[in-house]
Design a protein around this ligand. Structure first.
Ligand code: SF4
Length: 356
């Protein structure tokens, strides 16, 4: 279901725009659709035909997404394995300080070599309502005032649906526009569309290296935009919304933690309205990539910071519970596949039974 279909179904029941607005706001707050206000009971506001039709609509919304498993982390985050109506799985992560990271696709076509989600390829797009439903699930657990589109998927590859979700979250959802973060590897369509939106979100760009050739190897199916050119496009958007771009840099030992990279960063970031987020890679056992040593990370941050690049180290939320892009889902599927190979001996597990 798309968000426009939700409005249409309500309109078909006889709901006027003010009725649709109130029902949608109730849903977005994780409340019952017929929740009234302090000053006006539902029966004095919503037409009878709408009230009678609400249970069926509520049932459809409940089916969009449900929490199949929850993994609290020691850092205050909590990873939610979310099952969609067709039993596909995505991840959402409740972040410390009222944030929520949501997924925009099942799988991803970009195929970043350090990402679990990329290994599966794109399985399907999420609808705008499925993205908003993740926020609803999050809000039923705790306050959500910031939503980042950094879970599974490349939002630029599902642009219409992502923008529809952002529009609703930034209006009826009551989330500040700069508290909505569109994260992308950098697609020209993003730079055309975002400035024209009613709700213009903050932007995070996955840079990962200043070396165009290395970037192409690490992000094999990302659009071929030179890092320097990508930063120019980012800079124009940052100035237009008066808010800095967050450049994401997954730190891989011996790959993109060299002195040469640091010096190129200094050159490219000079005068830019930007923040650099270094995200030390979250290594799994027998992984091709490793995270740099803590000492090296500290050195890099000091070097860049002291030379004027606003640099932060961001650990993937909940990494003590297999954090990092798509790793929780990958583990769940892995458990399923393993249990199938073993004659379904693992069927008692919550994660196993939830998978298709
Ligand atoms: S890191 Fe993001 S863009 Fe790259 S494959 Fe994973 S989900 Fe896709």
């Amino acid at each position: 279901m798309q968000l426009t279909e939700l409005s249409q179904r309500l309109a078909d029941l006889g709901a006027k725009p003010q009725h649709i607005g109130r029902i949608t706001r109730a849903w977005l707050q994780g409340k019952a659709l017929d929740t009234g206000t302090k000053h006006q009971k539902t029966e004095n506001f919503l037409p009878l035909t709408v009230r009678e039709g609400l249970p069926a609509i509520a049932a459809s919304l409940e089916q969009l997404a449900r929490v199949s498993a929850e993994h609290p982390g020691a850092d205050g985050s909590s990873r939610l394995l979310v099952e969609l109506a067709d039993r596909q799985m995505v991840e959402s992560v409740l972040l410390p300080r009222d944030g929520l990271c949501i997924s925009s696709q099942v799988g991803c076509a970009v195929g970043c070599t350090f990402c679990m989600t990329g290994k599966s390829g794109l399985l399907r797009q999420l609808s705008s309502a499925e993205m908003v439903a993740q926020v609803v699930l999050g809000r039923r657990r705790r306050a959500v005032k910031k939503v980042v589109f950094m879970g599974m998927g490349e939002p630029a590859h599902n642009l219409d649906n992502v923008l529809e979700a952002i529009d609703l979250l930034g209006t009826e959802g009551g989330i500040g526009h700069r508290n909505l973060v569109f994260s992308t590897v950098g697609d020209p369509r993003v730079f055309e569309r975002l400035p024209k939106q009613r709700v213009r979100p903050a932007l995070a760009l996955s840079l990962h290296t200043t070396d165009a050739e290395l970037r192409q190897r690490l992000l094999p199916r990302a659009p071929r935009i030179d890092p320097e050119q990508l930063m120019e496009l980012g800079e124009a958007y940052a100035r237009s919304i008066d808010y800095p771009i967050q450049y994401q840099w997954t730190l891989l030992k011996g790959i993109n933690d060299s002195q040469e990279e640091m010096d190129n960063i200094l050159r490219l970031f000079k005068g830019k309205f930007a923040v650099l987020n270094l995200i030390p890679y979250n290594s799994l056992k027998a992984d091709d990539y490793q995270r740099p040593d803590g000492e090296r990370i500290v050195q890099m941050v000091r070097y860049l910071h002291s030379r004027g690049v606003l640099t932060k180290v961001r650990n993937s939320a909940g990494q003590d519970v297999d954090g990092g892009c798509g790793q929780l889902r990958a583990r769940a599927v892995d458990v399923v596949n393993t249990s199938r190979l073993q004659g379904n001996r693992g069927k008692g597990s919550r994660i196993v039974t939830a998978d298709r």
